[in-house]
Ligand binder design. Structure first.
Ligand code: G3I
Ligand code: 9MR
Length: 553
């Protein structure tokens, strides 16, 4: 029985899916505390088959809305994992999805007070980072030692990559921007909790301060990444002590940095007007570098032919930067209202593209739509077209979900099952939530919730893909912080990458079918790693859904 293993709000669609070639008849809801049957229903066969060709049966108990803890029972088949019906059912998960970023912090001790049993020593002070020959300049020749502390570890590895930090930061700041009242009250129990800044933004600041150190003050260009030459072993962070390098400036990194700093200037202004000035200057300087250097693509294989030591860590090599220009121009335009940026936007193609680390066009467009009231110089028709494109995309995901075996937009399209497919599901959710905000159409909210149901267990493998949340959940993620402490349960609140039939890690997988191609083994970096750019959209999805339940749209 595939079900969201956390549960549901009292008033929402509530569906579980059973895979069976035999007839499924009636089902019931069992109230765990009161030990009695509280609801009975009839399974309905879905017209659609799963990607592996199995028959799916839909158990719909939307009409039942009493708060409590339940299991679904099906005579002769069995019972489901327990789940709750409650109006705050995602509150703790929302916090954990953001607390995960705290666990990823570089350069600081994590004391028990905040990290609990996952308390650990500081790793990676990053106060002795060397300029790699690929990044050498007159003022900073090869071997120059610089300091670039703080930031988050990117993923299961310990490196820090600007491109991937970019979309992560943009997503988290956008989450705050849409639901500020919710975050004014949320307590993540991090060292900064209790100061005047919402915890989500304190966490963002930890990475923002690192990002600032990645800009060369001489010319405004931004280094692509801060990394060891090869991935570290599966050791605790304080034992991962190989030399770290600033590697090659690049246009993608510089534009993503410009977008993040411009957005930060807007978001942090009420809390720190001085900070906002610094961020905006950094953004403008980065933009100017990109104008002078529009085609410095990061090509790791080429770089390794010329420079030593070879760099073999995450490449994040994007060879098409149209979307990075749009994102940076959007964020800079919103803060400065300078028409130089609008010029770039005016001529760009507005079609919808789901965001990912290499596709950030709609990061910019979402921001424009969120701030449309202050965009006096932009023609209303242009903004309306943007909205039309967004709603059309949301509509097609919503429609696809209606005729899909697992009853969610994610799940039916094999193309969605790429490395990090759970972030695809999450980013579809963000799109649907933005469409709901703009149109008020509850179908889109419902579809966003369906993708959360997908992530939390209503899917082909039956996993709740978030560590520590649900009954069947990843125990062995590809996460150095976890693998190096086998005495502890995996750190909680992390979304793993999810099914990926390319299986680039060559681990053992139970299946090659796209939506089943997942394995809970720590060797599986292609399906079972964690990453900041996956947790951020997941944090958006779950916190937004809880915020809407609490405060309304
Ligand atoms: O986009 C294509 C798609 O069109 C095609 O159908 C599909 C078939 O495999 O491939 C898709 O591209 C894949 C892309 O991820 C999708 O985002 C590439 O094959 C795949 O190689 C690429 O993987 C990236 C991976 O690094 C390897 O470079 C992931 O996006 C990226 O999230 C991941 O990031 C790593 C960092 O390098 C290092 N740190 C950990 C982090 C998470 O695993
Ligand atoms: O641990 C690395 C992980 O963070 C990356 O996503 C992945 C792909 O770049 O690579 C992992 O490192 C592996 C390397 O690529 C090949 N040798 C084994 C490494 C650890 O499993």
């Amino acid at each position: 029985i595939r079900i969201n293993q956390l549960g549901f709000f009292p008033e929402q669609h509530k569906v579980a899916i059973v895979l069976s070639e035999d007839q499924v008849g009636s089902f019931f809801l069992w109230d765990i505390e009161n030990e009695k049957i509280v609801f009975e229903g009839i399974a309905e066969k879905s017209d659609a088959k799963t990607l592996s060709g199995k028959s799916a049966w839909k158990l719909d108990f939307s009409d039942f809305s009493t708060t409590g803890n339940y299991e679904i029972g099906i005579p002769e088949i069995g019972k489901s994992y327990p789940f709750a019906i409650h109006s705050q059912v995602y509150e703790e998960l929302g916090k954990a999805s953001l607390k995960a970023f705290y666990f990823q912090r570089a350069s600081t001790d994590l004391p028990e007070e905040f990290a609990g049993i996952w308390a650990r020593k500081a790793g990676h002070p990053d106060d002795q980072v060397a300029i790699h020959p690929s990044a050498a300049s007159d003022l900073r020749p090869e071997g120059t030692i610089l300091s670039a502390p703080k930031g988050w570890y990117d993923a299961g590895d310990y490196n820090k990559y600007i491109v991937n930090s970019g979309i992560t930061m943009g997503t988290l700041m956008s989450l705050y921007e849409v639901y500020p009242n919710y975050f004014a009250e949320q307590n993540l129990s991090i060292p900064e909790s209790g100061n005047a800044v919402p915890d989500i933004l304190d966490e963002v600041l930890w990475n923002l301060e690192w990002m600032l150190t990645m800009q060369d003050p001489a010319d405004g260009g931004v280094y692509h990444k801060l990394t060891t030459a090869r991935f570290e072993g599966m050791v605790e962070p304080h034992k991962a002590v190989n030399q770290r390098y600033f590697v090659s400036k690049g246009t993608a990194a510089t534009l993503d940095f410009a977008a993040v700093m411009a957005q930060a200037a807007r978001i942090f202004k009420p809390f720190s007007p001085e900070g906002a000035v610094v961020y905006l200057k950094a953004a403008e300087k980065a933009w100017n570098w990109a104008i002078q250097n529009p085609e410095v693509y990061y090509r790791q294989n080429d770089l390794n032919k010329t420079f030593k030591p070879e760099v073999l860590t995450g490449a994040y090599g994007d060879q098409n930067l149209t979307d990075e220009w749009i994102w940076a121009a959007s964020e800079l335009y919103i803060v400065t209202q300078n028409l130089e940026y609008w010029d770039i936007l005016a001529s760009a193609n507005q079609d919808y593209q789901l965001p990912s680390w290499s596709q950030v066009k709609w990061m910019g467009y979402y921001s424009l739509l969120r701030n449309e009231d202050s965009l006096d110089q932009i023609p209303r028709e242009w903004l309306s077209m943007l909205k039309v494109n967004l709603i059309a995309a949301a509509d097609s995901y919503h429609q696809a979900g209606l005729s899909q075996a697992y009853s969610s937009p994610m799940g039916g399209n094999p193309k969605d099952f790429i490395w990090g497919s759970n972030a695809v599901a999450s980013n579809q959710g963000i799109l649907l939530l933005e469409a709901y905000r703009l149109s008020g159409k509850t179908d889109y909210l419902q579809s966003a919730k369906s993708n959360l149901d997908y992530i939390l267990g209503r899917n082909a493998t039956g996993f709740s893909y978030v560590t520590g949340f649900g009954r069947k959940t990843p125990m062995h993620p590809h996460h150095r912080l976890a693998i190096s402490r086998p005495d502890l349960p995996a750190l909680p609140g992390f979304l793993v990458g999810g099914p990926n039939p390319s299986q680039q890690d060559n681990c053992d997988y139970p299946s090659d079918v796209p939506d089943e191609s997942f394995t809970d083994l720590d060797c599986s970096y292609a399906s079972n790693e964690i990453a900041i750019n996956w947790n951020a959209p997941f944090a958006f999805l779950v916190n937004a859904i809880q915020a809407i339940e609490k405060n309304g749209k």
